[in-house]
Design a protein around this ligand. Structure first.
Ligand SMILES: Cc1ncc(COP(=O)(O)O)c(C=O)c1O
Length: 462
């Protein structure tokens, strides 16, 4: 089928996520129709090659059509693709659970000991929040139903996940459906009203001047919620959809300590940050904290198949012992999909290969060096990075951090123009993002950065 026919059928029958009808149906807009992938490249129906600058919306870790991942799927397919997980079990799920727990929490003192599989980040979070509420209800603390999280947190689009991190922009229309949760100021140094420092050409976290008001406010909110608090919910180190908000050192540690003090659970959303994205195997490893529940998705299957997992402490699991009415009445048809589990095992093995770890560390270092070039553009206000996540925030005025009016959609226009230079990525507002697959070579990374720099220069001539 030709690309034109694909697009015609698409416009007639499809409905895309997070996509304005007016923009998609506009005939002057030409969607890219992807037919193949190869390492860090995506290839369209006309044979044009694009670098996958955001790892296919933050999912892909090792590149497309990785031989070891392809082989894991093929080998599992020769046995069975999927069977129900209700009352049945299978080896790929059992082995993956064991390997995932060892990866997520190495060492003997592991509190996390159970894995509940689902399909996406939202469902992993939804399961986690329901487990926490029900476990408290079944152990004599039914009043613990409140959640506190940083403003701008995004945990997905199911009703529970929306309630944990409602975004005015995304979730306003569903407000009447949501349960109430409390939000505290986000630890966002570049846009923090307490940061007295004048803007510098550096990551705002490195030159902030404040009294760590964000951590204090979170501690106070957690203490005030007290015996009603079910969990402190955190995307450790990087709040993704909030605009790649990167947290200052010590924030997670202080806030999680406050949650412990209040007798509440620590629920980490590592849907974006896990599997080496921010540097360590799991983002929370760098923070010295011990979560009770972790939500995983996106990179879990290396970006191959929709697979998610909620990692849970044995203590929470044991709260579901006893009569049948204590059961966790929750599940999905594709829970523990065998193909997904098989490819996730292959991905975990690659992540632990020392040569792959070195390649990832080199990629992060190269990205750090190349990204310094963005400072030459006068409309760049902040360049921040954690591991292989780079965020470049553009502003109308660097000296005052004044943003462009949202209606001008500068970030979207720059990323649209980047396609001309062979790069596919998606901004969050005026935050431009590069998050390359770990397979990206030094040369490919240079091309990615160069494509984004050229698009920035074309859309915003200095
Ligand atoms: C931190 C975080 N949590 C949850 C989600 C929701 O995941 P999904 O889109 O797979 O439902 C996302 C998606 O971007 C995310 O970034």
């Amino acid at each position: 089928m030709s690309a034109a026919e694909t697009i015609r059928l698409d416009r007639k029958h499809l409905w895309h996520p997070f996509t304005a009808n007016s923009a998609w149906m506009d005939e002057s807009f030409q969607p890219v129709s992807i037919v193949a992938g190869e390492g860090s490249w995506l290839i369209d129906a006309a044979g044009r090659r694009y670098l996958d600058g955001n790892s296919s919306i933050w999912t892909n870790l090792h590149g497309h059509r990785h031989p070891r991942l392809d082989e894991a799927v093929r080998s599992q397919l020769g046995k069975i693709a999927h069977s129900s997980f209700l009352g049945l079990t299978h080896e790929p799920a059992a082995r993956l659970a064991q390997e995932l727990l060892a990866f997520a929490q190495p060492g003997p003192a592991s509190a996390l000991n159970r894995v509940f599989f689902s399909d996406d980040g939202s469902t992993a979070m939804e399961a986690g929040l329901k487990m926490i509420v029900q476990s408290f209800a079944q152990t004599g603390q039914p009043q613990r139903i409140r959640f506190v999280s940083p403003a701008g947190a995004y945990h997905g689009d199911t009703v529970g996940a929306m309630s944990l991190g409602p975004s005015d922009h995304f979730h306003r229309r569903y407000q009447p459906l949501l349960f109430s949760s409390r939000r505290v100021m986000a630890p966002f140094c570049y846009r923090c009203r307490f940061n007295r420092a004048q803007p510098e050409k550096a990551d705002a976290r490195s030159y902030r001047q404040c009294n760590f008001e964000c951590a204090t406010q979170a501690e106070e909110a957690i203490a005030e919620t007290g015996k009603d608090l079910a969990a402190w919910v955190l995307e450790p180190r990087v709040q993704g959809a909030a605009g790649m908000v990167m947290h200052p050192e010590g924030y997670a540690q202080r806030t999680c300590a406050a949650a412990r003090q209040a007798g509440a659970r620590i629920l980490l959303d590592e849907v974006l940050t896990a599997f080496g994205r921010t540097g360590p195997a799991m983002s929370f490893h760098a923070e010295g904290i011990a979560p009770d529940v972790i939500a995983l998705a996106k990179g879990l299957s290396g970006g191959y198949l929709p697979l998610a997992a909620t990692l849970v402490s044995e203590e929470i699991f044991r709260a579901f012992d006893g009569p049948a009415e204590n059961t966790f009445f929750h599940g999905h048809s594709y829970t523990a999909n065998a193909l997904g589990c098989a490819v996730a095992r292959a991905s975990l093995a690659l992540l632990q290969d020392p040569a792959e770890q070195k390649r990832r560390a080199d990629l992060a270092q190269n990205l750090r060096e190349l990204s310094q070039d963005f400072w030459k553009h006068p409309q760049v206000g902040d360049v921040r990075q954690e591991g292989t996540i780079l965020a470049v925030e553009i502003v109308a005025a660097r000296a005052t951090r004044r943003p462009f009016p949202a209606t001008e959609r500068r970030g979207a226009r720059i990323c649209q123009t980047a396609r001309e230079f062979g790069l596919l990525t998606r901004p969050i507002g005026d935050v431009l993002i590069l998050m390359p697959p770990y397979s990206t070579t030094a040369n490919e990374l240079q091309q990615m950065v160069e494509a984004l720099r050229k698009a920035l220069a074309k859309e915003l001539p200095a």
